[in-house]
Design a protein around this ligand. Structure first.
Ligand code: IMP
Length: 178
């Protein structure tokens, strides 16, 4: 993979290991929601690759929707400010909502979304994140389904970006700036 000048990537999670983990998350979700209809809400843009694989590993009737929140922008540190950039197209009232995120870092984004979904009258709200960086948490969020716990390092690939770059990579890699 061609990297951008001054940047180097070090693989952290290989595509095949990610696939195996996503399959097992899908099986657990299928069991937990048997007999129910799910609404999966992906948080754009980082979750779109994970979401695409996850829904194909869930054997239930389901619908999907997306929300976009304000992101880090060019910086790799959280501003602490969360804002809705794109809202849901479907109502959540009385529905079983599973929020799908790429990574939980400070927890500020998911904390906001979790409260927001509950206040809109969802029958249940759970959270599924591919990655968890627990050492950076500022607010506690219930993480019901988790792919991998990772150290406090900035990662890209499998949907995750830095300045919109590297989302297309199949692995999750550490971004090293030289
Ligand atoms: P939180 O509100 O601090 O938990 O931020 C979560 C959001 O920050 C994620 O949805 C990502 O968009 C972004 N983010 C956090 N850590 C990383 C990372 O290592 N790589 C890419 N994006 C990240």
């Amino acid at each position: 993979m061609q990297t951008f000048p001054g940047e180097r990537l070090e693989p952290l999670l290989r595509h095949q290991d990610i696939q195996t983990r996503v399959q097992s998350l899908g099986k657990r979700i299928t069991l937990d929601y048997t007999g129910k209809e799910l609404l999966l809400v992906g948080i754009l843009k980082g979750s779109f690759v994970f979401m695409a694989d996850l829904i194909r590993s869930i054997d239930l009737p389901l619908a999907i929707d997306f929300m976009a929140m304000s992101s880090y922008g060019a910086a790799t540190k959280s501003s602490g400010v969360v804002r809705i950039l794109k809202d849901l197209e479907q109502g959540v009232d009385g529905r079983h909502v599973l929020v799908v995120e790429d990574v939980v870092d400070t927890g500020l984004t998911l904390n906001y979304i979790y409260g927001h979904m509950r206040s809109r009258g969802a029958a249940s709200v759970k959270i599924c994140s591919l990655l968890d960086k627990p050492s950076r948490r500022q607010v506690a969020v219930p993480l019901h389904y988790k792919g991998f716990e990772i150290p406090d390092e900035f990662v890209v690939g499998y949907g995750l970006d830095v300045d919109e770059r590297y989302r297309n990579l199949p692995d999750v890699s550490r971004l090293i700036r030289e």
